[in-house]
Design a protein. Structure first.
Length: 468
């Protein structure tokens, strides 16, 4: 999770096949202070799917730490790929605020542009507000996240992982993205939020449609907001030991629309990045000799692999959401007021000026080095409690999987694994594996997930229910 909402809706540009795969020369709109021609790198380049690292190296060599890019539909933006430059942008909410009202291109964007729901959605959520209003949203959401009992969450994830593994462990093959990495985080979030299991499967479909940046993205977003409002109505009528009920007890009351937007931001931030953190970590442990042979895939090896993924193949590669408040200079480029900046999280992590080198073996990996951008930076950095939740879901799930299926290996060559069709998302679409079939654990289904005892920490040792 990063920037409070990593479930970013970006996908391939249908028109990409009719343009140059590397760059397009376009002219800035006449409304810009300086009328000039720039060569912009197309973010529809299929190379992002094949080898994004090589493209980032080429960008850095040819354009420097700030790159003029073109989004689908010919929309101009700046991609910040320098580590120091990204620190500057994310650390200065005055010069580079998350306020889409500043966007100079807004009047030129078609109403059905598939990226619009995630880039330009002024609403009262923790994701989109600025200044004092943003801080008030954080003051409500963060305590609710911090109240989640992490010990209970880990125990719940163990049971959920066992249940999922039981569905395929007897046949000796599986697609670990579709059958494990996707349903596990949604089930865990369902337990945290207090929604029914059937709702979880529907959310998966809607969130995937949103993040794929398809033509359906515009209609999916309001449907998700409606489902959040329905969940709020249910929790007002029958509160329980869940995140939604906890947020409703906050003294600064909000409208249902505001609550719904915050809930949607949290679930979007918590879902797909965790899916990809699980998938990318398993892939790394079964394709990289440092992890495949170390410690038999034990807990330390899992922890090392997870940290390496955050550095080398972070779930969110590029994140939108900064606009220049005034004319300025960044990374040798003239940035005009109203220009949009994209945060090149993956590229900045790989900036050679950082001086970080991957460990030669997992035992030497620096798991304490968290200076990466996987969780963002600055005022909009992902809350620490949310980071802990994602880490527990990911680590627990992988540990249970490798404990149950210790000889798990890829069923296809690593080169055949397909990345998500977007430069913005760093996950893989499928992870076929094979293993020696084993018997099920016959773990009983978790009943009443929304009201499982121990979900919340409490200052009262006699009670773990939300305080009123």
């Amino acid at each position: 999770m990063t920037e409070h909402a990593m479930g970013t809706a970006f996908g391939p540009d249908p028109a990409a096949q009719h343009r140059s795969p590397r760059a397009d020369a376009i002219t800035e709109p006449s409304g810009c202070p300086v009328h000039r021609e720039l060569t912009r790198v197309s973010l529809s380049d299929n190379g992002f799917r094949a080898d994004p690292d090589e493209l980032y190296r080429t960008m850095r060599h040819e354009h420097g730490p700030v790159v003029a890019v073109e989004l689908p539909g010919g929309v101009p933006a700046w991609l910040v790929i320098g580590y120091l430059e990204l620190l500057q942008v994310t650390g200065d909410p005055v010069l580079f605020p998350r306020d889409s009202r500043l966007w100079s291109q807004r009047a030129n964007i078609p109403a059905k542009w598939p990226l619009l729901p995630m880039i330009d959605r002024p609403n009262p959520s923790i994701t989109s507000t600025v200044g004092a209003i943003h801080r008030s949203r954080v003051a409500m959401v963060e305590p609710a996240l911090e109240s989640v009992d992490l010990v209970a969450l880990r125990h719940t994830c163990e049971h959920l992982a066992d249940q999922l593994i039981d569905t395929f462990c007897g046949r000796g093959t599986a697609d670990l993205v579709a059958e494990f990495a996707e349903p596990l985080p949604m089930s865990a979030l369902g337990w945290i939020f207090g929604f029914a299991e059937d709702d979880g499967s529907q959310f998966i479909g809607m969130l995937k449609a949103l993040t794929d940046g398809s033509s359906a993205a515009g209609s999916v977003y309001p449907r998700l907001a409606t489902r959040m409002q329905q969940l709020l109505t249910a929790k007002r009528a029958r509160p329980g030991a869940d995140l939604v009920s906890r947020m409703l007890t906050h003294p600064a009351s909000c409208t249902d629309a505001e609550y719904a937007q915050d809930l949607l931001a949290v679930i979007a931030a918590g879902y797909l990045p965790t899916v990809d953190w699980i998938g990318n970590s398993i892939r790394l442990m079964r394709t990289d000799e440092r992890f495949a042979r170390a410690l038999g895939g034990g807990p330390q090896s899992v922890e090392y692999a997870m940290n390496e993924v955050l550095w080398e193949d972070t779930p969110i590669q590029i994140f939108p959401g900064r606009w220049a408040a005034t004319d300025t200079r960044l990374g040798g480029k003239d940035i005009r007021a109203g220009d949009m900046l994209l945060l090149g999280l993956a590229a900045a992590n790989a900036d050679p000026h950082v001086g970080r080198q991957p460990a030669e073996n997992s035992a030497a990996a620096d798991t304490g080095n968290s200076a990466h951008f996987a969780f963002g930076h600055g005022e909009y950095r992902c809350p620490f409690a949310a980071q802990q939740i994602a880490e527990i879901i990911t680590q627990t799930g992988i540990e249970v999987l490798l404990d149950r299926l210790p000889d798990l290996e890829l069923a296809v060559p690593a080169a055949n694994l397909v990345r998500r069709p977007s430069p913005f998302l760093g996950g893989i679409t499928s992870l076929p594996v094979r293993f020696t079939p084993v018997r099920t654990t016959r773990t009983p289904q978790l009943a009443g997930q929304a009201h499982t005892p121990g979900l919340w920490r409490s200052t009262n040792p006699q009670s773990r229910q939300p305080s009123s």
